[in-house]
Each structure stands twice: as structure tokens, then as C-alpha cells.
Design a protein around this ligand. Sequence first.
Ligand SMILES: CCCCCCCCCCCCC/C=C/C(=O)SCCNC(=O)CCNC(=O)[C@H](O)C(C)(C)COP(=O)(O)OP(=O)(O)OC[C@H]1O[C@@H](n2cnc3c(N)ncnc32)[C@H](O)[C@@H]1OP(=O)(O)O
Length: 300
Amino acid sequence: MTLTPLVYWAQRHEEIYLRVELTDAQNIAVCVQENILRFRAQGHGAKGQNEYEFSLEFFLPVKPEERRRLKASRHKEEGFVSLKTGYLFVYNLVQFLGFSWIFVNMTVRLFIFGKDSLYDTFHTISDVMFFCQLLAAVEVLNAAFGFVKTGVFPTLIQVSGRNFIIFVVFGSLEEMHRQPVVFFVFYLWSAIEIVRYPYYMLGCFNTEWKTLTWLRYTMWIPLYPLGVLAEAVAVIQSIHIFDETKLFSIPLPKNIGTSISFSYILHIYLVLMFLGLFINVRHLYKQRKRRFRTKKRKAN
Ligand SMILES: CCCCCCCCCCCCC/C=C/C(=O)SCCNC(=O)CCNC(=O)[C@H](O)C(C)(C)COP(=O)(O)OP(=O)(O)OC[C@H]1O[C@@H](n2cnc3c(N)ncnc32)[C@H](O)[C@@H]1OP(=O)(O)O
């Protein structure tokens, strides 16, 4: 008589996770033909040491590339997966706490001090923002090493774009510290992150909260163009300061001229910014379509 092991089923977006309750499993045979998955192995299950098998019929055929992933997800990888999940969860939690502190602090200060709070955002918030944005560089590595299913380039654009603004435009010019534009840039950045990171945290446990998913894939529509616009204002405001202070200017040999102002780089950066905006808006639009298309299909 064939014995059937306990099989746990979990499902998210376009993936199905099956956990077969067998310890010391050996001679594992898993195959997927069209929409049927067959499993057989020897191991210790509910009826002791035995041979166990089961087959499952899916609603639709399994994509060939998904079958490969299925074969690869064996015992040895489980430890790595839980380590990766733990690492991602802690990373997302730290970022969530950092950006929540920024957002709440700025909101409370706005209510208490009104317009005056716009002028000292840099002094009250910049340390935590420096920390969170430096840490965000990890996201490029996460994408590059395949820890998360996302493109390296959009992440690189996002992280380097923000870090250029915070470290070069704001950080190096004291004259920029008291500009209200700092408030708008920091507020727009943190508004999206207090939604994005909890969304990822839930994702680490294959869980989702529909309202949060909707917010994650919708809020960028007004926030991203506004954020880039605020950053462009900051860059434009800094141009004459770089010209006057000659900070970061490139000295030239005497017979050619004095120096090349850093403001030339800023003009090029302004163009890159709108190119970056276009690339990332297109990326986020695709992610949104993918997410909501999957959902609609499931609902039908
Ligand atoms: C070569 C350098 C050139 C430099 C040029 C510079 C030009 C600069 C121009 C641009 C300047 C931008 C400045 C920024 C402004 C602002 O931020 S304004 C405020 C509004 N901003 C936003 O809305 C953008 C927020 N940021 C993002 O959304 C991301 O950073 C992103 C890279 C743009 C898109 O994220 P992405 O990861 O690709 O998409 P998701 O759908 O969220 O994720 C895909 C899947 O990956 C999983 N995942 C991702 N990260 C994590 C994680 N940390 N932990 C766990 N899981 C993660 C995620 O769950 C998804 O998986 P599934 O759910 O299974 O699909």
C-alpha cells in the first residue's frame, strides 16, 4: 500500500510552495508533467520509515522554468533560504524604522512649528537620512546577487540618484541646509518608504495585506514625479552656489583657463535625472501591471 505524506500548500502571486513532511528523505523523485506533479521518496513520515508518494493536479500547466526551480529547492537550500529571509527581514525592518522616524518627526514638527519647520529639516533629520540612504546601497547588492527578484539598473538609478542629492547637493553645501526644498525631498522619499519596506517585510513571510500592496504599487504615481521635481529644484538652487564657491571645480592649466565649474556636471545630471525618472517610472508601471494582472487572473 502506498503511503501519502503530509503536504503543506502555500501560494503567492505566481508561485506555489509545497512542503513535504518527511525527515531524512532519500531517493527523492519529483516530476511535473503538464499540470500534474508527482512526488516519491523514502523517509520518515507520519507512518515511520517508509516509501511515500503523492500526485497533485494543478489548475493550469506549470511553466518549464518553474519546474527547474522546483527541482532545485531541496534540503540543503532550506538553511540558506531561511538565512536570506532573516537577513532581508532585518534589513527591511531597520529601513522601515528609520524612515518612519523621519516621516513622523517631520509631520509632528510641521504641526507644532508650522512653516518654520521647513527651514531646519536638514539639521534635525539629516543624520538618520544619511544612515538610511547609505544602507540603501545594500539594495543594489541584493539585486546583483539575486537575493531579490528585481533589476539591478532601476535600483542603481534609485540609490545613486538619491545619494547624489543628499551627499553632494545637500551635504557639501551649507547654504542648502536651510532651504525648504530639503523638507519636500525628505518628506516625499520617506512617504513611499514607510509603505515599501513593510510590504517587503510581509513578503519575506509570503504574506500580503491587500491595502499595503495597493499603496506600494500606486503611491509612486504621484510621488515619483514630485520627488524628482523637488530634487531638480534642489539641483537648480545649488548651481549658483557651486559657481560662486568653486567647490568641486576641476582646475585647468593656466594657458587654457581657470577651472571647469561643477555646475556643468549638475546640468548633465539634470538631464540624467529625467532619463532616470523615465526608466524607473516604466519599471514601476511594469511591476504594477504584473502584480495586478496576476491578481485579476486569480480572481476570475
Ligand atoms: C548608472 C547610474 C546613473 C545615475 C543616474 C542618476 C539619475 C537619477 C534619477 C532618478 C532619481 C530618483 C530619485 C528618487 C526619488 C524618489 O524616490 S521620489 C519618492 C517616490 N519614490 C518611489 O516611489 C520609488 C521607491 N523605490 C522603489 O520602488 C525601488 O527602489 C525601485 C528599484 C524603483 C523598484 O523596486 P523593485 O524592487 O524593482 O520592485 P518591487 O516590485 O518592489 O520588487 C520586486 C520583487 O523583489 C522583492 N523585493 C525587492 N526588494 C526587497 C527587499 N528589500 N526585501 C524583500 N523582498 C524584496 C519584492 O517583494 C518583489 O517580489 P514579489 O513580491 O515576489 O514580486
